[in-house]
Design a protein around this ligand. Sequence first.
Ligand SMILES: Cc1cc2nc3c(=O)[nH]c(=O)nc-3n(C[C@H](O)[C@H](O)[C@H](O)COP(=O)(O)OP(=O)(O)OC[C@H]3O[C@@H](n4cnc5c(N)ncnc54)[C@H](O)[C@@H]3O)c2cc1C
Length: 420
Amino acid sequence: MGAGAGMERSRIVIAGGGLAGLSLSLALKRALGDGVDVVMCDPALSRDPHGDRRSYAIAAAARRMFQALGIWDQMVDKAQPILDMVITDSSLQDPVRPTFLTFEGAVEGEAFAHMVTSGDLTALLLDACRDIGVNLRPEGVKSFSAQGARTEVTLTGGEMVSAALLVAADGARSRLREQAGIGWIFWPYHQSAIVSTISHERDHEGRAVEHFLPAGPFAILPLKDEVRADGTVQHRSSIVWSERSENVPALLESHPEDLQAELEKRFGLQLGKIAFETKPQAYPLAFGVARSFVGERLALLGDAAHLIHPIAGQGLNLGLHDVAALAEIITDAMRLGQDPGSADVLMQYERARRADITAMGIMTDGLNRLFSNDLLPVRLIRDFGLGLVDRMPGLKRFFIREAAGLRRDDAPRLLKGEAL
Ligand SMILES: Cc1cc2nc3c(=O)[nH]c(=O)nc-3n(C[C@H](O)[C@H](O)[C@H](O)COP(=O)(O)OP(=O)(O)OC[C@H]3O[C@@H](n4cnc5c(N)ncnc54)[C@H](O)[C@@H]3O)c2cc1C
């Protein structure tokens, strides 16, 4: 790839084509068109996006961003709105699970979140990036070296690319963050989340359920019905089943009937007969946050900057907030003729994201500590708290706006559904 004089300033390399990296590529190219050369590098670009079996709750603010980026209309048929939410708190042995908290899913006239599969959303983003002219490179970034007005990025194939800015969207184990010498505050939760799609007999009616169990939360998240080739309709939900990590290998290797029995104990029988649709996959859970979100001509994005517990389904949403903030800061700077990789511009990003990420990290960590234990006094206090919230409509509205990502008036334009 040639790096002629003048070109370097307007080239941005994004390392990592997960949902965060792809969304940033699309946002920048849509806003700046020929004014920017967006190079997206990830060896995974040549893989089938449907290989990742996870599903995500996309909060209303992030949905508005996808609308502004012009892809939500194609997602609507595949996205299941969460219409209400039920939270219970009990031990596995308890004969009944009392409901402590219920939320109606609507906020400001729309669902507070939609469930989408990672495969569907990734495939759509990839197509949109390709159509708009993002330079898609199915290879990794090996190393980089910032020198004055540019950074020299070396791809795994050996090619060197000169850019004004490198964005590390290479996930929680970011090699680029490490190479930049940026510290990572980290602790493992000793919990793993087992993820699978479950088919069930009865309609979920758009209801999400979260059972707080002592080993960790067990969430049932409604997916859009699937119409099979023979015309039959299959009701489906995604589960995020947290367990102590030491118990997970034995659980996953157990006889299918035993695993099914364990699933039924947690899922319940309210949706009729249930079955695993996809092979359960386990993800170890941990907390991590970068000491800085920027380095020399480098910005960290998504899980490369922060890793949180999925207890509130907010990890990707936090990354999409990074996307909205960084895309706006870069676009505004470049329209003013500023260098998008300069320290001034990058510091704006650091300042814009630090408080939100810290608050979400503390909140999810605290919730997990509060709920993933079976001590009677702790249970009594938290159940009292949940019951209190349930009876206070104002507080409930606050929490639902929070979960929808709509609480801030000074949010980046994309999160309000406005174009850049
Ligand atoms: C069980 C579970 C359930 C979850 N549920 C939710 C939910 O409901 N809602 C929600 O908001 N979040 C959820 N999350 C969090 C969410 O999965 C992550 O926050 C999100 O996937 C991170 O996206 P990302 O693009 O930042 O990183 P990743 O998806 O990790 O993508 C990183 C990409 O970088 C590439 N890469 C790595 N190294 C290089 C390199 N050197 N050069 C180029 N490319 C490279 C990789 O191939 C990969 O494609 C959940 C997480 C878990 C574990």
